[in-house]
Design a protein around this ligand. Structure first.
Ligand code: CP
Length: 305
């Protein structure tokens, strides 16, 4: 039995295989329509979500399976003090696979240690969000044709943005990938990622504050929102929240084939006027999230199609 806690739980070869499966699902959805008949997915979400929870549910329904779960800690027995270890033992009696989101870093890992079914980390605090990373990799691979030889700009809240942390971990495994880390001083990528992940692996990166300075050299611009829920005081959040706003004027500075990704939800960091730009692919990215989660469910359940 396998769980998915981090993008590194899949080797590069396994990741590539999963992306190929997702591409096949996109092209031949009918082939997979009954692949998980009789199987159940539990979504245990202790923190709010639109995309991750609903795309997992859509993925399992598209595979002919069923879904059950809860969408907030308050509507589960966590509100009465039940631990994630006990909850997953219970869920293991009801479902075949579980996607879990939790505000505490490491909670899905703790659950996986007591689980009788595969557990997928659907986002744990400011730590990791591996299925968003698989979504991002599928989007880039499908629209650019490759994951190597890319200059990727990561912009916004690089301190608390778990999607950024997971994406860096995954992309450093591909040759000739460079990062431009675009953030205010207070929201820099944590030092353990700069030093233990990027520097340690000799991955070229630079840090800049102005988005305008980075745009001309990027193949991918990955925008992120400032993570309000992880700030200790509201004043700091208000000061930071509109630090970056990507608009039409800034898009003029970017290469004609640069892609703009965003894990969403968007707040103010991308002006809606950018949505019609063919380089803005964040809503396509949402669709890729369903295909890749279908591929992941099939893989972790060991279903051959
Ligand atoms: N990208 C993402 O995790 O979105 P949700 O918080 O809506 O799941």
């Amino acid at each position: 039995m396998r769980h998915l806690m981090s993008p590194l739980d899949l080797s590069v070869q396994e990741t590539d295989k999963l992306l190929n499966l997702a591409n096949d699902i996109e092209k031949n959805p009918e082939k997979y329509a009954h692949a998980c008949a009789g199987k159940k997915l539990a979504t245990c979400f202790y923190e709010p979500s639109t995309r991750t929870r609903l795309s997992f549910e859509a993925a399992m329904l598209n595979l002919g399976g069923s879904v059950l779960g809860f969408s907030s800690a308050d509507s589960s027995s966590a509100a009465k003090g039940e631990s994630v270890s006990d909850t997953i033992r219970v869920i293991s009696c009801y479902a075949d696979i579980c996607a879990m989101r939790h505000p505490k870093e490491g909670a899905p890992l703790v659950a996986s240690e007591k689980s009788a079914i595969p557990v997928i980390n659907a986002g744990d605090g400011g730590h990791q969000h591996p299925t968003q990373t698989l979504t991002d990799l599928l989007t880039i691979h499908s629209l650019k044709g490759h994951l190597d030889n890319l200059t990727i700009g990561l912009c916004g809240d690089l301190k608390f943005g778990r999607t950024v942390h997971s994406l860096i971990h995954a992309l450093i495994r591909y040759p000739n990938v460079k990062f431009v880390l675009i953030s205010p001083e207070e929201l820099r990528v944590p030092s353990y990622i700069r030093e233990d992940v990027l520097a340690q692996n000799n991955v070229p990166f630079k840090e800049v504050v102005r988005l305008e300075d980075a745009l001309p050299e990027l193949d991918i611009l990955y925008m992120t929102r400032v993570q309000k829920e992880r700030f200790f005081n509201e004043e700091d959040y208000i000061r930071m929240k509109d630090f970056y706003i990507l608009d039409k004027a800034k898009m003029e500075l970017a290469p004609k084939d640069m892609l703009v990704l965003h894990p969403l939800p968007r707040v103010n960091e991308i002006s809606t006027e950018v949505d019609d730009d063919p380089r803005a692919v964040y809503f396509k990215q949402v669709q890729y999230g369903v295909y890749v989660r279908m591929a992941l469910i099939l893989t972790l359940l060991g279903m051959e199609v």
